[in-house]
Design a protein around this ligand. Structure first.
Ligand SMILES: [Zn+2]
Length: 512
């Protein structure tokens, strides 16, 4: 084994083959550098039979590619083939090239060998991965693959290895019957880092099914409202702020997801796609476009349809490797070009769909709407109870009359007033980092409760400020943590300070 191991060690050490995560290369190198000779015969009923032939007349042993019927030494014809078979890993070790027609120089072999990525679990690095590497180098002079992507084992809910004796095994076919193949795939791809074991649980399956249902319901709503036959994005001047926000957010997402996938962060990629579809697209964009969708026959209606169909179709492409079945089904039902989503181009960053300032503006608007809705929920005010919303903000380019319709439709505003200073004492104050919304208390309710809430908020913010202040005055943290982490903490601290200022002002007004 030593002469076979030597070039295989070199291939990993010089970086022609890399393990992801890198820590698994240690297991490989440790095994290969302490290599023992390998007993390749097994007494099993099936497998590659060892091509060794024994001559009953002179005792000669002949090894050959083809059946031996005449002894090359004595010319005798009483030959028997060895009955042992090769160790299963001997056969598996040939897999990267034998499946492509080797030793013939086939089109497949020339096209697909060396392969690109091997995906396997860490428990067979020494059995399988190491053997494919030295067998390829020995037989073809090439590495079998440049990347070895290692995943963990699926364990039961209690973290135990699945086994027959424990009876804790899970039948994937049964899970697929119950939740669907996409849901199983989703559950296995989310919530764990490469190389780490994961626990299988019903909750994970339910979360997967919930997400898929959400995607399905959103797509059904979009499809019900589509009359266009071809998706053409409107010219930039006809795009609204929410259109630019969703297009630009999707654009950023596509860029990041590609980067995550390229570096094998599949769980991270899927989480980002999930958050975008669930939160940005379903919960916000669809709601934001409903008014335009219901004004049928207009230009703005057609524009909204096109942006909705574009973002949904592109999102399905991004999601396709993770949920192949439902994405194909939805994509086929949308206006599309091409035969199958499987062979459609994977979304990529587009310079023409980058609208950073609109993306930021819409994020600010959503933050205010969300804060108003949360506050109203906390105060048990039903959405049907409309109230005037006063908005104080230095961001005049964002918070002005052009966005009032969002507040009347989504934040139960009867009217929206933009002002530099709000004078009345009896208002509920809702502070975000870009604006303060004030709603006359008389139009909502309960003075004492509101004061208690503001005081609670004040305590929370003071604690956060103290905590971050302490962290940032810690030499060890500031000098050792990456600059962007320190910067992020500083930004957080400033945001908390702004919020505290707004909260204190609100308390002052209430108690005056
Ligand atoms: Zn012989």
């Amino acid at each position: 084994m030593a002469p076979l191991a030597e070039p295989a060690i070199k291939a990993v050490k010089d970086g022609r083959i890399r393990f992801i995560p890198d820590r698994f290369s240690k297991i490989y190198l440790n095994w290969m550098e302490n290599i023992q000779d390998w007993c390749i015969s097994r007494q099993l009923w099936w497998g590659h039979r060892i091509p060794a032939y024994y001559c009953a007349d002179c005792g000669e042993i002949t090894v050959a590619e083809n059946d031996v019927t005449v002894c090359p030494k004595c010319g005798g014809t009483h030959l028997t083939q060895e009955e042992d078979v090769l160790d299963t890993w001997f056969s598996s070790a040939l897999w990267p090239f034998s499946t492509l027609g080797w030793p013939e120089s086939t089109d497949d072999l020339r096209t697909f060998f060396p392969t690109s990525t091997l995906v396997t679990a860490y428990d067979i690095i020494t059995f399988w991965v190491s053997k494919m590497i030295f067998m390829s180098l020995e037989n073809t002079d090439e590495i079998p693959f440049p990347d070895v992507f290692i995943h963990g084992l699926v364990r039961d809910e209690l973290g135990r290895k699945m086994s027959k004796s424990l009876g804790n095994g899970i039948d994937p076919l049964q899970v697929i019957d119950e939740y669907g193949a996409d849901a199983l795939r989703y559950a296995l791809a989310t919530g764990n880092a490469p190389g780490n074991d994961m626990r299988f649980s019903q909750e994970k399956m339910e979360a997967a099914r919930n997400f898929i249902n959400k995607v399905w319901n959103a797509s059904r709503f979009v499809r019900m409202n589509l009359t266009i036959e071809k998706v053409v994005l409107p010219p930039v001047e006809r795009l609204t702020v929410e259109d630019k926000w969703i297009l630009s957010s999707f654009n950023t997402l596509a860029k990041e997801v590609r980067e995550n996938i390229d570096s094998y962060e599949l769980g991270v990629a899927l989480q980002k796609i999930t958050d975008f579809i669930w939160d940005c697209f379903c919960d916000w964009y669809i709601e934001l476009t409903k008014a335009r969708l219901f004004s049928t026959g207009t230009q703005e209606n057609e524009d909204a349809q096109n942006v909705l169909a574009y973002v949904l179709g592109e999102s399905m492409k991004l999601l396709h490797p993770f949920l192949p079945f439902i994405t194909e089904e939805i994509w086929q039902a949308l206006p599309h070009e091409g035969e199958s989503i499987m062979i459609a181009d994977y979304p990529a960053f587009r310079d023409d769909l980058c609208f950073a300032s609109d993306e930021d503006a819409m994020r600010k608007i959503i933050a205010v709407i969300r804060a108003i809705r949360n506050r109203r929920t906390e105060m048990n005010v039903p959405p049907s109870k409309k109230a005037t919303v006063y908005i104080v903000s230095s961001n005049k380019e964002v918070f002005n009359d052009s966005i009032s319709h969002f507040f009347t439709r989504l934040a139960s505003a009867s009217e929206v007033v933009y002002t530099d200073a709000y004078q009345s004492d009896d208002a509920v104050s809702i502070v975000t980092d870009s604006a303060t919304a004030l709603i006359p208390l008389g139009e909502l309710i309960d003075f004492e409760k509101e004061l208690a809430r503001l005081n609670g908020e004040k305590t929370r913010l003071e604690n956060e400020i103290a905590r971050l202040g302490k962290k940032l005055s810690n030499e060890g943290f500031v000098s050792k943590a990456p600059a962007q982490v320190v910067e992020g903490e500083r930004n957080k601290l400033n945001a908390y300070k702004d919020e505290l200022e707004g909260t204190l002002a609100a308390i002052a007004k209430l108690t005056k």
